[in-house]
Design a protein around this ligand. Structure first.
Ligand code: ADP
Ligand code: MG
Length: 496
């Protein structure tokens, strides 16, 4: 066995050794072939070496040329790049500009849209207006037609108006005629009595509108030689409650006489404080006879103007103190006051204020001139229409206080004043008496007062004596004196 194994191993070793030899031989063959190839390659390399150098050189030159071209291209590219950048900037600017233009255009467009909307609205409004215009045109046509109709009617009514105007003139004429007749019936002189308010005493009692009973207070019974009660009758007696309107209602027909062409005198008589000035002038809230008469005459004048009268109104303000006459507008002594033209009642009021101021100035110089002087307001109305003419004067007189009965008890300035007042008031009574009993001689020259008023008291003139009395028992004697004076005046018309 062991020999077998030795043989096997020796066999395998022989095989491996053969294989190794075979491999080494093969390797050597390959190496020999390789070195042969290398030798050939080296040989061909050496052959190609100069060519390679030429190629190398050419390649380098080409590379250089290529490099310079590349640089040139680079430079141009950079230049182009800058140019393009500039252009880009330029375009960017343009773009911005265009953008803002676009914005403007956008705004314009919006505005235009709004305007278009407005135009559309206006168009609608225009259409509406055109419609309205059309309507108005149609209405105008209708109105033209109506106007034509009215014109025709107007022509007719104009004729009627002329007829009516004629009738109105006739009525006016009749009104004057009846008013005058009424005055004549009432007498050319009337006596009214007004009792001053604010008295609880029963010295005066009214019996109807025309009769007044005076009860003599106990303490005066012995000193006066009259009965316990005496009654007086006048055309009208106003009690304490009567207001200014009530008074005026009863004398406005007299003022109407002025417009009818008659002279009128309205006197306020009575002791100081009995309400003469209140009756004549009143206050701001209770206008008296003067402002109401002025208003009435201006109103009547308007009616005259409408009937075609040409008219003028003049006023004057006079004061008679101590037998001297003074114009209260010029504030100068005068024989006759200067009458001033007036357009309306406001001008009269202005002159009245001047007169009042001038009277007040005099008052500060001498005490209470107003109660010791006579105040005369004159309003003259002139007018003509065709052959008709009027020239009449309204005299409203606020007389001096009638209380100065006893001259013997006064002295100095008071004596002169009292004498002057007594003289003028009794002259007034005498003139009434002479006038209304148709005496030949009228003693109007006896006092400045009667001298100033005479021409307005004679003829067809109308006179009203408003006697203001107090019902306080302490004023009994003055009230009695006033009532007696009033009675005397009233008796003139009975004697007629
Ligand atoms: P006279 O002018 O007679 O001296 P007044 O008119 O000045 O008297 O009146 C004296 C005062 O009595 C005034 O304050 C006046 O306002 C007032 N008075 C007179 N009468 C009335 C009346 N009827 N109603 C209201 N107040 C009157
Ligand atoms: Mg007075």
């Amino acid at each position: 066995m062991e020999k077998e194994l030795k043989d096997i191993r020796a066999y395998h070793l022989k095989v491996i050794e053969d294989k190794l030899i075979e491999l080494i031989t093969h390797k050597n063959r390959i190496l020999a072939a390789q070195s042969e190839e290398i030798g050939e390659f080296k040989k061909s390399f050496d052959e190609f070496k100069p060519l390679t150098q030429v190629i190398q050189k050419t390649t380098r030159e080409c590379l250089q040329e290529f490099q310079s071209k590349l640089d040139e291209a680079d430079r141009q590219a950079i230049q182009q790049f800058h140019q393009q950048q500039d252009q880009l900037e330029y375009h960017a600017n343009r773009l911005n500009q265009q953008q803002s233009q676009m914005q403007m255009i956008q705004e314009l467009f919006e505005q235009q849209t709004k305007q278009r909307f407005q135009i559309a609205e206006m168009q609608k409004a225009k259409e509406r207006m055109l419609n309205e215009l059309q309507q108005t045109k149609e209405e105008l046509e209708q109105k033209k037609f109506l106007k034509q109709q009215l014109m025709n009617n107007f022509k007719l009514s104009q004729q009627q108006q002329i007829q009516l105007q004629q009738e109105l003139k006739d009525t006016e004429h009749q009104k004057r005629y009846w008013n005058n007749l009424l005055q004549e019936a009432k007498g050319n002189i009337r006596v009214y009595c007004r009792i001053r308010p604010n008295s609880q005493e029963d010295m005066l009692l009214l019996n109807g509108e025309c009769t007044l009973v005076l009860r003599v207070p106990e303490r005066f019974l012995k000193s006066t030689n009259c009965q316990k009660e005496s009654s007086f009758n006048f055309e009208h007696i106003f009690n304490q409650e009567a207001d200014q309107q009530e008074i005026y209602n009863e004398l406005s027909d007299l003022v109407q006489n002025v417009v009818d062409g008659h002279n009128v005198c309205i006197f306020a008589y009575g002791q100081t404080g009995s309400g003469k000035t209140y009756t004549m002038q009143g206050d701001d809230y209770n206008k008296g006879v003067i402002p109401r008469a002025v208003e009435q005459i201006f109103q009547e004048r308007q009616g005259m103007l409408e009937l075609g009268w040409q008219t003028s109104i003049r006023v004057g303000f006079q004061e008679i103190y101590n037998e001297q006459s003074r114009d209260l507008i010029t504030n100068q002594k005068c024989d006759e006051v200067k009458l001033l033209d007036v357009k309306d009642i406001f001008e009269v009021a202005e002159h009245f204020n001047t007169a009042k101021k001038n009277r007040q100035v005099a008052e500060t110089l001498s005490n209470e001139v107003s109660s010791r002087s006579h105040f005369i307001f004159q309003l003259n109305l002139q007018g003509h229409l065709g052959d008709k003419q009027i020239n009449s004067t309204l005299n409203l007189i606020d007389l001096a206080g009638s209380e100065r009965a006893n001259v013997a008890k006064t002295e100095g300035d008071r004596f002169t004043e009292t004498k002057a007042i007594n003289k003028s008031l009794s002259a007034l009574g005498d003139v009434f008496n002479a006038l209304y009993t148709k005496q030949q001689h009228v003693p109007f020259r006896n006092s400045k007062l009667t001298f100033s008023l005479y021409k307005y008291m004679e003829g067809s003139s109308k006179t009203l004596m408003m006697v203001n009395i107090s019902s306080r028992s302490e004023d009994f004697q003055q009230t009695l004196a006033s009532l007696r004076f009033a009675e005397k005046v009233k008796s003139c018309q009975i004697k007629k």
